[in-house]
Design a protein around this ligand. Structure first.
Ligand code: CMC
Length: 385
């Protein structure tokens, strides 16, 4: 055994894995750009289709490019009867994110030529995945609640159509903007855990489906894509706004993490959380739903206390997942669909990163530092203690 000194970067903190032109995060100042465009500008002025195009093709589409891309997405929204069978078979028996993962695995069986690894073929796969995920998620959500499928509607935008397929109602202007906003804000975020695992799988030259299935699986945990569901569950557990401070104090005293706070890269307020909060506030002016008002009051009181306790001292500020729950609830979206919706939006970022990485691919193969024994004597099974 060598006495070689190794430095371990737990969680790969501070390690750069590739050059990218997709996304820049300034964690110190709480800023985010997709391909150079500030997130606040895209949130206010763009739409998800345009952002997905930007991520995949590297520039904002002109009118013609947009029309073609939009039509392709609409063409690909439907899913086969076999996928619908999988949805019926598993919805309610597993978390919706797990059912989604299974469906995306199954989508690979419809690929005409998996051996075609050209950029064009992969971009086509990305279009299909981006187009079909909202349909699958809406169908899972409805099946879990004993409702029949609602087929996609070509007259609606990507995100509005999702809300329509989920609720059976055409969204009003405000809900249409809010759901599109959430799709935009979740579309991309550097080499986060799920994008990294997409890249790790892709770096073996596995196919696009295998790589994004790894991404969907990685998103599931409460430290990553599961945080908004967990944050909303916490707000529901708090119940009444007046319980907020005691609940948070007790949780922190018990060394629990407050979901929707903290980030590996941001040591400032997550700019996406600021955008969500801004839209949530303007939405609140138009709603009189007491449940939403209560959730928001709990969120605001929790945020204030966390700011006193942890934000300024430890840099643990709200992340995008903190205010997402009340916003989704305002749109009648059940909390078990939050993570799958994150996956549907992030599909653009996952695939764009994967294709960028493949242009200069190298197998990921880090090392671990063995600290166990060596040359241990083999004892036959009957002689072991
Ligand atoms: N609540 C309370 N304490 C926290 C929190 C939190 N949410 N986050 C970090 N800390 C503390 C942690 O206990 C540790 O304290 P100490 O130094 O005293 O042991 C310190 O901050 C550093 O924590 P860490 O786990 O080493 O930091 P990290 O960079 O690995 O954590 C994180 C990043 C996102 C996993 C963590 O902040 C967390 O668990 N947050 C809650 C889950 C969450 O909201 N995740 C969504 C992230 S944003 C959306 C996405 O991209 O997925």
């Amino acid at each position: 055994m060598t006495d070689e000194k190794v430095t371990i970067s737990k969680g790969l903190e501070g390690i750069f894995i590739a050059d990218t032109t997709l996304c820049k995060i300034d964690g110190t100042n709480g800023k985010l750009w997709y391909r150079g465009y500030p997130i606040e500008v895209l949130a206010d002025k763009s739409n998800y289709e345009e952002v997905a195009f930007l991520l995949l093709y590297g520039h904002l589409p002109n009118r013609h490019e947009m029309d073609v891309f939009d039509a392709r997405l609409k063409d690909e929204r439907e899913v086969s009867s076999e996928i619908k069978e999988i949805i019926k078979m598993y919805s309610g028996k597993a978390h919706p994110n797990d059912v989604l993962r299974t469906c995306v695995s199954a989508l690979s069986t419809y690929d005409d030529d998996m051996s075609d690894r050209s950029k064009e073929a992969n971009l086509e796969r990305a279009v299909k995945l981006i187009a079909k995920l909202p349909t699958i998620i809406a169908m899972i959500g409805r099946t879990m609640r004993g409702k029949g499928f609602v087929e996609p509607d070509r007259s609606l935008s990507h995100s509005s159509n999702f809300l329509y397929m989920l609720t059976g109602k055409r969204p009003d202007k405000e809900s249409a903007k809010l759901i599109d906003l959430m799709f935009i804000l979740h579309a991309e975020h550097g080499s986060n855990a799920s994008t990294f695992s997409t890249l790790v799988t892709g770096s073996t030259l596995a196919d696009t489906y295998s790589a994004v299935v790894a991404g969907i699986a990685t998103l599931r945990g409460p430290l990553h894509g599961g945080a908004d569901e967990a944050a909303l569950n916490m707000m529901k557990a708090i119940g009444e706004p007046d319980n907020t401070e005691k609940y948070i104090e007790d949780a922190l005293a018990g060394k629990q993490r407050i979901m929707g706070f903290g980030h590996r890269v941001y040591k400032a307020y997550d700019p996406r959380a600021k955008v969500v909060y801004k839209y949530l506030q303007s939405f609140m002016k138009t709603t009189t739903d007491p449940q939403i008002e209560k959730l928001l009051e709990i969120a605001i009181r929790a945020e204030k206390l966390m700011e006193e306790k942890l934000s300024k001292t430890k840099g643990i500020w709200p992340n995008i997942d903190f205010f997402s729950g009340p916003l989704y609830t305002a749109m009648d979206i059940p909390s078990d669909l939050f993570t799958p919706i994150f996956a549907a939006s992030r599909m653009a970022g996952w695939t764009a990163h994967l294709f960028e990485y493949w242009e200069n691919n190298r197998l990921f193969r880090p090392l671990d530092n063995y600290v166990g024994k060596l040359d241990v004597e083999y004892v036959p099974i009957d002689k072991r203690q």
